[in-house]
Design a protein around this ligand. Sequence first.
Ligand code: S3P
Length: 176
Amino acid sequence: MTTAPHPAPARVVLIGFMGAGKSTVGALLAARLGYRLVDTDALIEERAGAPVARLFTEEGEPAFRDREAAVLTELADSSGVVIATGGGAPAQARNRRFFTGDAATFYLRVTLATARQRAEKDGTRPLLMQDEASVERLFAEREGIYEELGITIDADGATPSEVTERVLAILNRPNR
Ligand code: S3P
């Protein structure tokens, strides 16, 4: 059943660290809201014709961030869409406009241990392949940015369906 909230935000944007469940929850939310799902990493891969990990190795992170910023600019005025963003996008000052405006932005919060468990093993996240101290620093730096830009949803130890229900409950709150 679709349950479009009133007033319906043009965009629902999901932010959070790698492994927070943005893509999975994004798909469930989109189905419930009757919105389209856009996964920015998937869109970047489609445009570039290469997986994110290869873009990092072959072009470097700055070129990946340019590709990411271009995709977000394209989506900045979209509507009827749930957008699952890459974990590093909110940390780029040039992407700020994307996370504001007529968007409801949710920060899916998990601990670093959970993020690691979910994301580390598949080898698709180059930034998790760094040394322990660098990953911890990245996590700490980003937490504050995520909190500032989004409504925090506790996604640690919760199933994707539970997280989806938590987001929907807030979207459906009167006077949100
Ligand atoms: C990144 C997160 C990844 C992907 C890229 C960089 C980051 O997306 O955009 O590997 O800087 O945190 P997910 O958050 O979907 O894993």
